[in-house]
Design a binder for this molecule. Structure first.
Ligand code: TRP
Length: 332
């Protein structure tokens, strides 16, 4: 039997090429080898959102990107977290076996508490418990994530283990599977690519928009004049050349070192590379955007399939925890 993969993504709206290299490309490939469940985690988003006006739009745009990039709703289960409410029930039950001090020492909790001191909500502390519920509700064994999620995965394993030892075996211990590209730098060359740092290129951008964005990228800071020789190994534009112009990367590197091409030439090549790599994606996305029924169907089909698994696991959990009502009505 194929192992089950689960991964969740917060609904950040249109995906950028960092999401593509860091996660989506991998999600698509994993479909070949695993039974995959990919979830848009809208409840997790509420831990940091104060304004939810854009939430539904962001979910929709992200789903369009997922389908256009090749996540296949026939093969994989694609769904929205809150559409399978069993996860919230499991979250509550798991919270009873999770020591508070495990949660208070999670680095992402401390970081978020620092970033939003005015909104250190209870859900923020419980974030990793909800994430654990996501994974173990589907008894997933493999969880593709970036490096930043490793502490959460470790906690998920500990919670699963503790549940199993207290109540009897229900959950496999999920394994993290690091994505091949754990970190994609943004156009500023300093921080990771992220919409919130405004250093990203959207996958759905037009060739003209891609060119404009690429032109804003910071390159090797030591190369100040066209005649200076460059250092591709420290240049974030070159990092992207390797992904989007793999066949020309060697040639570009040599030309940069010998100052035979300048940064503007290099960026033009990169913009072309990104545009042509994503052309089939753009076409498919355009076609999908004209078929909202297809998207709704994919999501409701996904939620239905997910819920069938979820009900079964939750039943087992409640039984093990002693929550199955022992009716006396039919006793003699
Ligand atoms: N915490 C993850 C992130 O911020 C998102 C997430 C929620 C997730 N539930 C998950 C990832 C379950 C993997 C598995 O990226």
């Amino acid at each position: 039997m194929r192992k089950r993969v689960f991964s969740g993504t917060r609904p950040t709206g249109r995906q950028h090429i960092g999401n593509y290299l860091g996660a989506l490309q991998n999600y698509v490939e994993l479909q070949e080898e695993y039974d995959c469940i990919y979830c848009i985690v809208d409840i997790h988003a509420l831990t940091t959102l104060e304004d939810t006006d854009k939430l539904q739009e962001n979910i929709y745009e992200m789903m369009l990107d997922w389908l256009a990039v090749g996540l296949d709703p026939q093969r994989s289960i694609l769904f929205i977290q809150s559409h399978v409410p069993e996860v919230m029930e499991l979250y509550t039950l798991l919270s009873m076996v999770t020591p508070l001090n495990w949660l208070l020492r999670v680095p992402t909790f401390k970081e978020k508490a620092r970033l939003q001191p005015h909104n250190v909500n209870y859900g923020l502390v419980g974030y990793p418990v909800l994430m654990t519920a996501d994974i173990v509700l589907y008894k997933a064994e493999v969880v593709p994530v970036g490096e930043d999620q490793l502490p959460h995965l470790e906690l998920a394993r500990e919670i699963a283990r503790r549940f199993n030892s207290l109540f009897g075996h229900v959950f496999p211990e999920p394994q993290a599977k690091l994505t091949p590209f754990p970190l994609v730098l943004g156009l500023d060359g300093v921080q990771k690519m992220s919409k919130s740092y405004n250093n990203d290129i959207e996958m759905a951008a037009t060739p003209q928009q891609i060119l404009e964005r690429v032109m804003t990228a910071v390159t090797d800071p030591a190369r100040r004049y066209r005649s200076d020789s460059g250092h591709p190994e420290v240049c974030n534009v070159f990092q992207l050349q390797q992904s989007f112009n793999p066949l020309r990367a060697e040639e570009i590197s040599t030309a940069c070192r010998s100052a035979n091409i300048g940064c503007v030439d290099c960026k033009e090549l990169l913009a072309q590379g990104i545009s042509s790599a994503l052309e089939p994606f753009r076409e498919k996305r355009g076609a999908l955007a004209a078929k909202p029924h297809y998207i709704e169907e994919a999501l409701s089909n996904g939620a239905g399939r997910a819920e069938a698994i979820a009900r079964e696991t939750l039943g087992e959990v409640k039984e093990k925890m002693g929550l199955v009502w022992a009716s006396r009505l039919d006793l003699p």
